[in-house]
Structures are given as structure tokens and as C-alpha cells.
Design a protein around this ligand. Structure first.
Ligand code: IPD
Ligand code: CA
Ligand code: CA
Ligand code: CA
Length: 263
């Protein structure tokens, strides 16, 4: 079984390297950008073509698996039975369009609902963060990552989605106030990499399955907590207000909720 996962990991790594090359090539031509639900919710020709490419290749690698993809080229899932791949072809589309930087390609592989492998590819830095239970660790390319320090909320920076803080959803302003400061990167994948590297101690955002599928596998394998903002397990088939944090910071944040601290 371990060998099977190793082989699968090699195939996914090769697939993602090819996908990255294609994205870089397509970025040289003008992008076709469309709005989805509103002017801040964008999709480009590259989001679509990359998802189509990834899903086609995944079906060749793993013919009996089902695939959930953000842009709708995969399967309509009602459950997570068997092997399920969850794909975000470009995470941080707004950054992709406006900055041409700070975006990621992400894949999470789940077996009967349990995350086994996660991949977050920082395209412009050309670093592939990958691993999980099936690999017995987490790696930045070939380098094995240590678990980030288990620091308390007061001692570190927290990543968050801007609108949650502006509208003070779930005591966000009190949470940020209790931390050493807030950072907003505009890509769930990049935010989750920052936690893996110990640059931030957590991240709070309203996320869909493809935004968190890969990161949940990686962060849990590094000893971090990945739950709803209330500390409950995530429903991987719907949206969640997600809290990713070191154990200590999670405990501190859940305490703030209970105490209803205000600024
Ligand atoms: C979005 C980004 C963003 C987060 C949103 C996501 P997308 O993903 O990760 O940082 O705040 O919730 O939807 O749409 O660019 O793949
Ligand atoms: Ca999107
Ligand atoms: Ca995303
Ligand atoms: Ca996306």
C-alpha cells in the first residue's frame, strides 16, 4: 500500500509540474476574465483549461476515482466514498489576474473521507508543498518540513479574509486584536503555506471544499488544527467558516468566542 501511494505521489507531482508549465505559458497571452457571482469573484480561461487538463489526467491515473473541481468539470458528489480528488485549478484568481503572483494549484486526495495526500503548488515561487498520512510527512519539494512551533495567539501573526474582519463576523476583530497582527494574502493556498512555514500561526476564512482540501491534509499532518470557527469538524462537501491554527492559538481563539470579547 505504501508503495502504491509513493507511486501515486510521483504521478501527481509530474502532473502538477506539467500543469504549472502550461499555466506559465498561457499567462504570456492576454487572459479572458469573467465574473461568476459578482465583480470580485472571477474566473479566467486558465482556471477552466487547467481544471479540464487536471481532471482528464486524473482519470487516466486513477480511473475509478471521482473528482470534485471548482469550475464544474468534475463529478457532482453526494458523498466521499472511495477515492475522491478535490481540485482547485487556480487558487487566488484575483491575485492571478491583478498581480500575476501569489496563487496556487491545489489537489487533495481523500480515501473514504480521510485526507491522505495534499498538494499546494506555489506557481511563481516554484515550490510544491505536498505530503500527508500516505507519505508519512510533509515536504517543500524534497525538503521535509518540521511541525510549526505551537505558539499562542498573542505571540504570532494571523491570516484572515479581509471581509470577515471588516464585517466583524464571529468576533473576528477581537481575534485579530488578541494576536500580534493580521496579514491578508488573497489566496487560501498561500495563507496555508505561511502556516506550514511558521510565518503565521493561523488563518480564518469562509472556504469551499477545494479551498481547504489540500491544506487540511498538510496542516493536520503538521500537528495543526483544522476545524470550523466553533471548533467542529469540517463538512468537506460544503462551505465552512474555517479556522486553521496551532493547537494553542486554536484554544485561545475558541475562548475569545465563548467570552464574547470586544475591542
Ligand atoms: C479564493 C481565495 C481567497 C479566499 C476565497 C477563495 P479562488 O479562491 O483562496 O483567498 O478568500 O474564499 O474562494 O476562488 O481564487 O480559487
Ligand atoms: Ca474562484
Ligand atoms: Ca480557491
Ligand atoms: Ca480557484
Amino acid at each position: 500500500m505504501a508503495e502504491e501511494w509513493q507511486q501515486l505521489n510521483k504521478q501527481v507531482t509530474d502532473l502538477l509540474k506539467t500543469a504549472r508549465e502550461q499555466v506559465l505559458t498561457k499567462m504570456q497571452a492576454p487572459l479572458t476574465v469573467n465574473e461568476k457571482t459578482n465583480r470580485k469573484d472571477l474566473v479566467t480561461n486558465v482556471d477552466k483549461s487547467n481544471e479540464q487538463f487536471l481532471i482528464k489526467q486524473i482519470h487516466q491515473i486513477d480511473p475509478t476515482a471521482r473528482v470534485l473541481g471548482e469550475e464544474g468539470f468534475g463529478d457532482a458528489l453526494q458523498d466521499l466514498k472511495g477515492r475522491v480528488w478535490i481540485v482547485d485549478p487556480i487558487d487566488g484568481t484575483m491575485n492571478f489576474v491583478k498581480q500575476r503572483d501569489n496563487f496556487a494549484i491545489m489537489i487533495g486526495i481523500y480515501q473514504d473521507g480521510v485526507g491522505q495526500l495534499g498538494y499546494i503548488y506555489d506557481v511563481m515561487q516554484d515550490v510544491l508543498y505536498h505530503g500527508g498520512p500516505a507519505l508519512g510527512g510533509v515536504y517543500a519539494d524534497e525538503r521535509r518540513l518540521e511541525a510549526p512551533a505551537n505558539i499562542a495567539l498573542a505571540d504570532g501573526l494571523i491570516g484572515a479574509s479581509g471581509p470577515l474582519v471588516v464585517h466583524d463576523v464571529s468576533h473576528m476583530q477581537a481575534i485579530v486584536h488578541a494576536s500580534a497582527g493580521m496579514r491578508v494574502y488573497g489566496s487560501a493556498g498561500i495563507e496555508l503555506i505561511n502556516i506550514m512555514l511558521g510565518k503565521t500561526l493561523g488563518y480564518i476564512s469562509y472556504l469551499k471544499p477545494w479551498d481547504i482540501a489540500a491544506g487540511k491534509v498538510l496542516l493536520e499532518a503538521l500537528g495543526c488544527q483544522v476545524t470550523t470557527i466553533d471548533g467542529q469538524p469540517l463538512d468537506m462537501l460544503s462551505s465552512n467558516l474555517v479556522l486553521v491554527a496551532t493547537e494553542k492559538a486554536q484554544r485561545d481563539i475558541l475562548q475569545i468566542e465563548e467570552d464574547d470579547v470586544s475591542l
